[in-house]
Design a binder for this molecule. Sequence first.
Ligand SMILES: [Ca+2]
Ligand SMILES: [Ca+2]
Length: 152
Amino acid sequence: MKNRILLSAVFFIAMAAAFGQASYLPQMDSMEPDSWDNPVTVEVGVDGSITFLERTLHNEDDEDYFLFVPGRDGLLIVETSGDIDTIMYFYNANTREELAYDDDDGADLNAMISCRVQAGRRYIARVTGYSGSTGPYGFRAYISEPVVVLSR
Ligand SMILES: [Ca+2]
Ligand SMILES: [Ca+2]
């Protein structure tokens, strides 16, 4: 009797392991392979109406790189969309200085960074999955409207 329970437990664990291994891995997106030296160039939107670029974290080691050059000074919003748990690093592309990092400031588990940027400077965002999260997601960057300060 005891052995039978043990056998059932072993069988259950083996089945669970097999099921886990057979889990679906998403397809590599068409912009692969990208890297720091070969980033995907994205247009910087002039407001929040710009659409998201569709990308995929196809395995737990995947890192996606985006390069953009703002057309004017302002507060840049960089964010992801979708159901996976993204994290994002934001850099000055020339100096490689890390300017910001975020995990969950966007919708649900999405990363979102807001950072003051200067026109003509090159910036890189690096997106990867939190704790190996994989799947499709959206990415966009736009300059939010500058705050107008009225002087008396
Ligand atoms: Ca990717
Ligand atoms: Ca996140």
